[in-house]
Design a protein around this ligand. Sequence first.
Ligand SMILES: C[S@@+](CC[C@H](N)C(=O)[O-])C[C@H]1O[C@@H](n2cnc3c(N)ncnc32)[C@H](O)[C@@H]1O
Length: 578
Amino acid sequence: MNDRHLELFIQLIANNLGLHIRPQDRTALSQKIVLRMKNLNLSIPEKYYQLLEADTEQSQKEWRKLIVLLTTTESYFLRDVGQFKLLEKVILPQIIEYKNQLKEASGLNPSLRIWSAGCSTGEEAYSLAILLEKLLPDWENWNILILGTDINEEALEKAKQGIYSPWSFRLVNPGLQQQYFNQHKNEWIIEQKLVKNVKFRYGNLVKDEYPNISDDINNMDLILCRNVFVYFEAQYIALVLKKFYNTLRAGGYLMTSHAELHGQVLDQFRAIIFPESVIYQRSEVGQKEVSRMPPYIYNIGEATNNSQQELVGLDPNSSAPEKLAETEIKPTAKLEPRVSPLGEDSLLSPTLQMPVLFPISNTTETPKPLKVRELVDNILRSSDGKPEENNTVNTRQISSSLTVEKERQRAGINLLQEAEAFCKNKTYFEAIKKAEQVIDLYPHNFKAYYLLAEIYANLGKYEQAINYCHQAIQVDSLSVFPYHLLAHIAEENGDVEAAKNLLKKIIYLCPSFISAYLDLGNIYAGEGNVKRAKKMYATSCELLKTLPPDTLIEQQGKITASELLKYVKAILVKLSIQ
Ligand SMILES: C[S@@+](CC[C@H](N)C(=O)[O-])C[C@H]1O[C@@H](n2cnc3c(N)ncnc32)[C@H](O)[C@@H]1O
């Protein structure tokens, strides 16, 4: 298939699904298209394009098959502990309280409506059901809808079956697994009582109209759309955000994954920033529950001091569902700069090292975090804007927050060290678990993302490795290591041009990165481009000479600088006599 054909398919896919096909994925895409053409006995790309473009039943059938090849359906229970803790401790209790007030006023049974948009195999929707079952002792008296929609029909089929392998529980406490699932051989079947309120349905976020009254997708209290936009082109994220806004009830919440809305204009939403995650609220106020919320920044669960256990653990022995007391969600602040021992400090700009506090403005400018003084002033002010009379309470809260934050940092360091140790021993399953826990605590931790990328690359799971490399790059776009790993994966996948571009990018970012010259030298030598290969090897020799001879060059298998220099010189001699 030529470049022009591929370009047309890429555009068609974006228009229909919102998906962004990255340059490094083009080869894989063309292979997938060819595979589908073979299945249909088509030999000309134009014919396949026409089929997809047509508005017929056959076209829709074909899209559904192609979608299975194009989408990433990775998911697991309680994915992102921090976000689920936020839901359990703040967002859902707020919604429940509001609904209870409505019930008192109307006398009708309360309703709760949640949409897991891009639900994949259903873990997210069932995780929400588990939270609600825990939070609502009278759950049978509620009209609950947890709706999962997706475009991947195979994933939806799996979601409807509710049968999962142990891999879906990789961050879940075994007690919870036992409580809500029944084991059958090596699989786990979801409890029937949870299935009752969870529905799954096909839905295309880009093509379908939302709200959709006939499909009951309207008036939502909460929309979760996580790890979906990461695959989208920016313009389609904007399109879907408008639909989400109109599908939420006033005061309803939207949760995406971290940084997925970066660069989007969000002037219709109010961003509420918690250390665990940002959550977006449909901005018209006028609802009692909104005015009850203290403004913008919160630390949750810190008063209870057992954050990690509470959610992942969801202690099956605890009797009544704990509800966070009003005082526990008062805003608190971490006045200490957020210098993280996990390597986050060097990655954040000095202003961002403070607790971030910015309501979304209606301008397109990037909202600026407030300065410390403003922040402290805000925190010491009561919700009606007047200075708090008794500041000692807040001071106490602040100091207790600091202690909790220190504990959190310590836990993070330990987890990362454990993850690295497991990785070193090639105990990858455990290493992944630990690194994911680090991310749950510190969603901007570069090392954890990069470690996950390395682990998945070692396991030959390149799709996940690439995904984590990109997440690492999002945290630190100047680090060359993820690009280096991406270059190796591209080479491994036979995409030599992509590998070359990545290596050149590395040299641009870090002109002294010896391995990039060596790798480029090897590629050029393999292509028979002796002149360029020699240039690359010669540059690496020059750089190696500047290093103390016993310096270890990690990326080349821990060889010393002097050994590597000898080796590269020998290659240069060989190339010169060719
Ligand atoms: C990585 S999964 C995320 C699953 C889950 N939300 C989570 O965070 O674990 C992404 C899902 O988005 C779905 N998706 C991609 N494009 C979509 C679209 N245009 N409309 C609906 N779902 C879409 C994919 O089929 C895939 O199942």
